[in-house]
Ligand binder design. Structure first.
Ligand code: FAD
Ligand code: UDP
Length: 380
């Protein structure tokens, strides 16, 4: 009899397995239908020996010292600040749009933030109530920059026009008047020094944690005895899509190894134009690996395949709320993670959600048996 069955060995499942085993001294069986741990953050050495990310580029960034400290129990870090270029009108220009982007695109010489702000002001279309992903960008930089950098990319990525998507989607990408060309502004920006998978291995390395891979929940739910369940897969799948399927966007990853040292100047180049892919990632920029070959990934968005992205819009949120109410009524099941709570979460947000879930579980157990737990969670 396991104290816990955890479905999914990504960030949500692995953080909870680690906390329950080390802090509450409980036994955990963690399963995943894939042949590996790490969920979408899984990385591995490919046939050429290049460290790459099977499910597209994952860059760790957070403003939470607590989350950073927690993960630091399982990895050392490599300082890395992410930079992205967008392929627009034959140039590779900084995205997020900044002053350099404007100067290079329009042949300008804007030299201060005030001049760049005045440029945006002259182009923007003021929108009273910003609701959609189109509104966010057009209101800030105007229609031309929106069409060059956002409309095509978003239509490819989501299969929807930005006007059909929540403002939160394109609001992830800021617009800057300075020349800061980093993709993220967070206080902590790092890559795990030996890769994500190694970090997950250390997290799950505990005699109280058993791991079963290539194991679907449906295959074993009636066979394995457990007291409590944590589910980190798609919430609609758990309930047999009883209210209809929640929409997700998928990706086809085309991984290519090239017999040369470098392919592009930065880790990610975005393609907002007619190309059938959205972006090309080159992993050695992220990992710092020295290797005579390089591995890159083209991302081809599609509706078919594993669910990677919940699609933020009103109708999907309304459908999710029905599943959320059903989930809340299952007192012995915890739904945690990007797919189980249908949230467009980054890795750090999933870690934060898992740690908060652990605190609730621990506090509930402490009300029953006050002595069992160690209150700290910043140390392993
Ligand atoms: P997942 O990692 O999806 O793990 C869930 C696991 O559950 C999966 O391994 C799945 O196989 C398993 N599972 C599901 N159902 C079942 C079942 N019935 N039986 C058995 N197993 C099951 N975040 C960042 O912070 N920075 C980035 O740069 C970044 N880049 C990204 C790039 C891409 C292309 C994608 C798709 C996401 C990116 N993210 C990034 C987001 C990040 O991947 C997620 O926030 C995080 O991995 C979510 O963790 P999770 O545990 O909720 O889900
Ligand atoms: N986006 C865009 N052009 C870009 C970069 C982003 O249109 O060059 C939009 C697109 O809709 C994308 C969203 O902004 O899905 C969020 O971008 P982010 O890089 O955060 O996406 P993710 O890394 O999660 O795929």
């Amino acid at each position: 009899m396991f104290d816990w069955l955890i479905v999914g060995a990504g960030f949500a499942g692995s953080v909870l397995a680690e906390r329950l085993a080390t802090q509450l001294k409980q036994t955990v069986l963690i399963i995943d239908r894939r042949p590996h741990i790490g969920g979408n953050a899984y990385d591995c050495y490919d046939a050429a020996g290049v460290l790459m990310h099977r499910y597209g580029p994952h860059i760790f960034h957070t403003n939470s010292s607590e989350i950073f400290q927690y993960l630091s129990n399982f990895t050392e870090w490599r300082s890395y600040e992410h930079r992205v270029r967008a392929s627009v009108k034959g140039q590779q220009l900084p995205i997020p749009i900044n002053r350099t982007t404007l100067n290079r695109l329009y042949g300008l010489q804007l030299s201060t933030e005030e001049e760049a702000e005045a440029f945006y002001e002259s182009r923007r279309e003021s929108i009273d109530t910003i609701r959609t992903s189109e509104d966010v960008v057009v209101d800030r930089v105007g229609r031309e920059l929106y069409e060059l950098f956002f409309r095509g990319y978003t239509r490819k990525q989501w299969g929807l026009d930005p006007s059909q998507l929540d403002k939160s989607v394109t609001a992830r990408v800021p617009t800057r008047a300075n020349t800061d060309d980093r993709y993220f502004g967070d206080s902590h920006q790092f890559m795990p020094k030996d890769g994500y998978t190694r970090m997950f291995e250390r997290m799950l390395d505990n005699p109280r944690i058993s791991i079963m891979l290539q194991t679907d929940f449906n295959m074993i739910k009636k066979l394995v005895p457990y007291r409590n369940l944590i589910f980190t897969g798609a919430v609609d799948e758990y309930f047999d899509r009883c209210y209809g399927a929640l929409p997700y966007r998928s990706l086809r990853f085309e991984h290519v190894t090239l017999p040369k040292e470098w392919h592009q100047d930065v880790a990610v180049v975005n393609y907002p134009g007619d190309e059938p892919f959205t972006r090309v990632s080159e992993y050695k920029h992220l990992t710092g690996q020295v290797h005579p070959f390089t591995t890159i990934t083209y991302e081809h968005p599609t509706d078919i395949g594993d669910p990677y992205y919940p699609i933020p819009c009103d109708s999907n949120r309304a459908l999710y709320r029905k599943y959320q109410a059903l989930a809340a009524s299952q007192s012995d099941v915890h739904f945690v993670g990007r797919l189980a709570t249908y949230q467009y979460y980054n890795m750090d947000q999933v870690v934060g959600q898992a740690l908060a879930t652990f605190r609730r579980i621990r506090d509930a157990e402490q009300r029953v048996a006050p002595d069992v737990t160690d209150r700290s969670f910043a140390s392993a």
